[in-house]
Design a protein around this ligand. Structure first.
Ligand SMILES: Cc1cc2nc3c(=O)[nH]c(=O)nc-3n(C[C@H](O)[C@H](O)[C@H](O)COP(=O)(O)O)c2cc1C
Length: 169
């Protein structure tokens, strides 16, 4: 798909069809993610790929009962490996770079999915400790990204004027 078209197509999807996502599509999304920039090329993030229904339900519960998480055939949780990044970059690596690495990775995943007509939504409202416990990880969860096919045809997208988000100095 043309780049601009992919960007326009990406929007938050919160109703997913039951249709499964083939492994080759998941791999293609992960290939894109694996090409994204990261501080010092450390890739200080970990992606948990969840297909099991009971785990998806636990994640939904840990995310303020956002039930659509459990309806998505695939959920990816992007976590920051803070200590790994801190080993090279100290506090800045721990508190900024590793979170940015995970954020960029999640963002690329959303675009790669959109390019395959797979819908996603960024879920940031969750209890970090509960998500860590569901995943049995010590890494910091940054974003939960449910993924799936969708049937909606149109969506509203209001944005600020560019002059409100940009200042030339
Ligand atoms: C950091 C962040 C946190 C978000 N958290 C949630 C969330 O917990 N639940 C949800 O339904 N959408 C969440 N969203 C999605 C936004 O609501 C959505 O991106 C925004 O309304 C713009 O719509 P669009 O994605 O269709 O362009 C989040 C988005 C971001 C970037």
């Amino acid at each position: 798909m043309e780049f601009k078209k992919t960007i326009e197509l990406r929007h938050s999807v919160r109703h997913f069809l039951k249709q499964p996502i083939k492994n080759e599509k998941i791999n293609s999304i992960l290939d894109v993610v694996n090409n994204c920039p990261s501080a010092g090329n450390l890739q200080s993030y970990k992606i948990y790929l969840i297909k099991k229904q009971d785990v998806k339900k636990e994640l939904a519960a840990a995310a303020l009962d956002q039930e659509f998480i459990a309806q998505a055939p695939i959920v990816m949780v992007f976590c920051a490996k803070q200590e790994e990044c801190a080993a090279k970059y100290g506090a800045r690596g721990k508190n900024l770079y590793s979170l940015q690495d995970a954020t960029i990775a999640a963002s690329y995943a959303q675009l790669a999915a959109a390019d395959l007509n797979i819908g996603t939504v960024w879920v940031g409202a969750f209890d970090s400790e509960k998500v860590k416990s569901v995943l049995r990880t010590s890494y910091l969860p940054v974003a939960i990204i449910p993924m799936g096919y969708y049937s909606e045809k149109s969506f509203l997208r209001e944005r600020k004027q560019k002059s409100q988000i940009v200042e030339e100095i």
